[in-house]
Write a protein that binds this ligand. Structure first.
Ligand SMILES: [Zn+2]
Length: 137
């Protein structure tokens, strides 16, 4: 991997354009204000990559964020049980579940953004722009 190519993982995490991995995918750097949470520029400010590949492109992200939420839920649950332990003698299963659900809910705005990022990364490859041939309606 050339040194000039930003790593995939950190680019996704920083929500950078999938084509150049430099431009920001969202208008505001943070999830607040929530009213502007999903506000995106039409194109990448750095390389001009189109962000909404077609009208309604991001409708499919509902499934992505659902999957992400389940993943986070599972990870928090497992971490909780590793740190605090589980016992069938008390309510610790419910505490672990409660913690997992609370954290997943708190992360929801971030997960909604992240699902859009991952979705666009599925269709746009680094340095190649968008490839829509796998996309059907
Ligand atoms: Zn770009």
């Amino acid at each position: 991997m050339p040194a000039t190519k930003p790593a995939l993982f950190s680019s996704v995490f920083k929500m950078k354009c999938p084509n150049c991995r430099k431009g920001n995918m969202f208008c505001t750097p943070h999830i607040f204000p929530l009213g502007r949470l999903l506000e995106m520029p039409d194109r990448c400010p750095n390389c001009n990559q189109k962000y909404e590949l077609e009208v309604g492109f991001y409708y499919g992200t509902g499934y992505v964020s659902y999957g992400l939420s389940l993943g986070v839920l599972a990870i928090v649950f497992i971490l909780y049980t590793l740190i605090f332990g589980l016992s069938y003698k008390d309510n610790s299963v419910f505490y672990a579940l409660g913690a997992a659900v609370s954290i997943t809910l708190l992360l929801q705005p971030w997960l909604m953004r992240m699902s859009r990022v991952l979705y666009l990364y599925m269709f746009v490859q680094y340095g190649k722009g968008s490839r829509m041939k796998t996309h059907h309606h």
